[in-house]
Design a protein around this ligand. Structure first.
Ligand code: SF4
Length: 88
């Protein structure tokens, strides 16, 4: 394996990272794709639920329940999506 000077190896890594970034942007790669969860039309109720495990039984945390679509007023699964998605 040929020796690559550190400066050249670093330049190669930067070039590769830049190529990744350009390819991601060209493909509109997203960590948070459009779903009902991040749709402006999502409606839900918030219930405060106490933990059941010994380590969180004193913890009361808000939980979103009864997710539904504000447009069609039907229940939804939060990782689904439809053609009427609206970004928040
Ligand atoms: S069904 Fe469509 S419009 Fe309704 S919350 Fe989900 S993505 Fe948004």
């Amino acid at each position: 394996m040929p020796h690559v000077p550190p400066a050249v190896a670093q330049a190669q890594r930067y070039a590769e990272a830049q190529r990744y970034t350009e390819a991601r942007n060209a493909q509109r790669y997203r960590l948070r794709p459009d779903t009902c969860r991040n749709c402006a039309h999502l409606q839900y109720e918030v219930e405060h639920i106490r933990g059941t495990k010994p380590w969180d039984q004193y913890e009361v945390r808000p939980v979103r329940t009864n997710p539904r679509c504000g447009l069609g007023d039907f229940p939804v699964v939060t990782n689904a999506v439809c053609d009427r998605h609206k970004s928040q």
